[in-house]
Write a protein that binds this ligand. Structure first.
Ligand code: ADP
Length: 497
C-alpha cells in the first residue's frame, strides 16, 4: 500500500542517560529516519508538540516525570505515534502494563542492537502503513464527496427541467424519470423500473421507444402525443450509445406544444371564417363578370375592354380556388371534412379521374395513361370525395407541371401486406432536392423560371397529405429537377378485398 519514496520519519529517544541516547541514535539512524533527543518527560512532551514524531523510544525510569506518566500523556493528547518502552529487568512488569495501555513493544536493557533496530523498523513501518491508509481513506472520501456532488448536481438540473425526460434501458424499462415526466404521465417516483408500456398508453409511441431502446435508429424519432385535457407533446427519442457505439437504451424528451397547437387551431379557425365570408361575394363578382364578358362578346365591344375584364375574371377565379382550398384544408385539419366513409373501388376511381383530366392533357398535347397490374380490384375504405381530392390534386399537378408533349403515367400497383400503391409519374419540370420535403408545407410553391407562369395556391399537397394521414396512408416523392417527378401513395386496403 506504499506509494512514492519512503517518507522520512522522526524517532524521539527519551532517556536521562546521554550515552544510552547516543547509542540508540547510532543504531536507529541507519533506518533512514531522523533522531530527536529528550532528557526527560517534560522535554519529550515539548518536542512532541513542536515536531512531527513517528516513534518514541521511552525509558521508564527517569527522574521527575516517569515513563508511564509520559506514555499516559502521549495517549491523552492523541498523538499518532508508536511508543516503544525501554526498560530494565526490574520494571518489566510495568512495561507489560504500558503495552496493555497501547505501547507498541518493549525492549529490555541492556539491549541487543539488532533487536532494537528490528523493533523500531517495525514500528516505523506500522506508522507508514497507517499514514498511507489514512491518506487513501481521505482521498476516497473526497472522491466520493465529489461524485456525490456531481450526481446531485445532475439530478437537480434534471429535476428542474421544464421538459419531461425518461431514460429506458435496452429492455424498454424505465431507469430514470424526472419530475416533469412524472407530472405529465401522472406517475410516482416508485414507478421507476416499470416497462414503458405501463407508463404510456399510446401503443405506437411505446413501440417506437422500445425499438429505439433495443437498437439505435439512424435518426432521432419525433412523435406528436395527445393526452387528456387538451395537452399535446412533441416527443423526441434519441439512443443512448456506449463507448463502442452499442445501444444502451433511449432518452425520451417530452416538450409541451399545447399552446402552439391552440394557436394553430385559432389561426385555422380565423382563416376558415374569413374564407367563408369571402366566398359568396367573390363567387357573385366572378359570375357577374362572366355575364358582362358574354354580353361584350355578343355586342362586339372593343377588344381592349374585353381583355381587361377577362384578366380580372381570371384573378377572381384564382382567388376563389384559394378560398376553396383554404376551406378544404381547415376542414381536413379539423377532421370534419370527409366523414362519409364507404368501400371505394380504387381502380374504377383512378380510371374516372384519368378520364376527367384527359381533355386538359390533350390541350397540352400530353400523353396521359393509366395502367393497373393484374386484374385486382382493390377496395379502400374512404370518403370518396377525399380520395378524389387526393388523386385529382396529384394528376392535376402532373398535367400542370409538365410542359407540352410530355408524358404522364398513372399506375395502380398490386396489393401487398394489406397496402396498395398508386404512382403518378410525369416527365415534367421536376423538383429540386432541397424543396422536396417543403412542398408538403402550407403555401409552399417552388419559385423558378418554369413555375413563374403556372398559377396555384400551394395548398393542394398539404390537403393531400392531411387526408392520407387521416386514412392511415402515406405519400412519398421521387423527383429529379428538369427530368420529372413520381408521387407514390400507399393506402391500406379494406379487409376482405
Ligand atoms: P400548387 O400546385 O397549387 O402550387 P401544391 O401544394 O399542389 O400547390 O404543390 C406545391 C408545389 O409543389 C407546387 O407549387 C410545385 O412547385 C410543386 N409540385 C407539385 N407537384 C409537382 C409536379 N408534378 N412536378 C413538379 N412540381 C410539382
Amino acid at each position: 500500500m506504499q506509494s512514492g519514496p519512503k517518507e522520512q520519519l522522526n524517532v524521539l529517544v527519551v532517556d536521562d542517560e546521554e550515552n544510552i541516547r547516543l547509542a540508540v541514535d547510532r543504531i536507529v539512524r541507519r533506518l533512514d529516519c531522523g533522531v530527536l533527543h529528550a532528557r526527560n518527560g517534560e522535554q519529550a512532551l515539548e518536542t512532541l508538540q513542536k515536531q512531527e514524531v513517528a516513534v518514541v523510544l521511552l525509558d521508564l525510569k527517569m527522574p521527575g516525570m516517569d515513563g508511564m506518566e509520559v506514555h499516559r500523556r502521549i495517549r491523552e493528547a492523541g498523538y499518532n505515534v508508536q511508543v516503544i518502552i525501554i526498560t530494565g529487568y526490574a520494571t518489566i512488569e510495568t512495561a507489560i502494563e504500558a503495552m496493555k495501555q497501547g505501547a507498541f513493544d518493549f525492549i529490555p536493557k541492556p539491549f541487543d542492537k539488532e533487536h532494537l533496530r528490528l523493533v523500531v523498523d517495525r514500528a516505523l513501518n506500522t506508522i507508514r502503513l497507517e499514514r498511507d491508509r489514512f491518506r487513501l481513506e481521505k482521498e476516497r472520501r473526497r472522491a466520493l464527496l465529489d461524485l456525490d456532488t456531481e450526481k446531485s448536481r445532475i439530478r437537480t438540473i434534471l429535476e428542474s427541467l421544464p421538459n419531461g425526460v425518461i431514460v429506458t434501458n435496452t429492455e424498454g424499462s424505465v431507469v430514470l424519470m424526472n419530475q416533469t415526466a412524472r407530472q405529465i404521465l401522472d406517475k410516482k417516483e416508485d414507478d421507476i423500473g416499470c416497462e414503458i408500456g405501463e407508463c404510456l398508453e399510446d401503443g405506437e409511441l411505446c413501440e417506437l421507444i422500445r425499438s429505439q431502446s433495443r437498437e439505435a435508429q439512424q435518426d432521432d424519432i419525433s412523435y406528436e402525443l395527445q393526452l387528456g385535457g387538451g395537452h399535446f407533446y412533441m416527443v423526441r427519442t434519441n439512443p443512448v450509445l456506449g463507448e463502442n457505439g452499442e445501444c444502451l437504451g433511449s432518452v425520451v424528451v417530452f416538450g409541451d406544444i399545447s399552446d402552439l397547437k391552440e394557436m394553430d387551431r385559432l389561426k385555422s379557425e380565423f382563416v376558415a371564417k374569413v374564407s367563408h365570408e369571402l366566398r359568396s361575394p367573390l363567387s357573385t363578382i366572378h359570375e357577374q363578370m362572366a355575364l358582362v364578358l358574354q354580353d361584350m362578346l355578343e355586342q362586339e365591344q372593343p377588344e381592349k375592354e374585353q381583355r381587361i375584364l377577362s384578366r380580372a375574371k381570371e384573378k377572381t377565379k384564382g382567388m376563389l380556388s384559394l378560398i376553396e382550398d383554404l376551406l378544404d384544408l381547415s376542414r381536413v385539419e379539423a377532421g370534419s371534412a370527409y366523414t362519409e366513409v364507404q368501400r371505394v373501388d380504387l381502380r374504377e376511381m383512378l380510371n374516372s379521374q384519368v378520364d376527367f383530366f384527359r381533355d386538359r392533357a390533350v390541350e397540352k398535347d400530353q400523353e396521359l395513361s393509366f395502367e393497373a397490374s393484374g386484374e385486382e380490384q382493390p377496395i379502400v375504405e374512404a370518403d370518396p370525395r377525399a380520395l378524389e381530392s387526393v388523386l385529382s390534386n396529384l394528376i392535376g399537378n402532373a398535367v400542370k407541371y409538365t410542359p407540352e408533349q410530355g408524358r404522364i403515367a398513372v399506375r395502380l400497383g398490386p396489393v401487398q401486406d394489406g397496402q396498395v400503391r398508386v404512382e403518378v409519374e410525369d416527365n415534367g419540370i421536376g423538383i429540386e432536392e432541397k424543396e422536396q420535403s417543403r412542398i408538403f408545407e402550407r403555401f409552399y410553391r417552388s419559385k423558378n423560371k418554369q413555375t413563374r407562369n403556372i398559377s396555384g395556391t400551394g395548398l393542394g399537397l398539404p390537403i393531400v397529405k392531411g387526408i392520407l394521414d387521416d386514412m392511415g396512408g402515406s405519400i412519398s416523392l421521387r423527383s429529379q429537377y428538369g427530368q420529372g417527378s413520381t408521387f407514390v401513395v400507399q393506402l391500406p386496403v379494406a379487409s376482405g378485398s
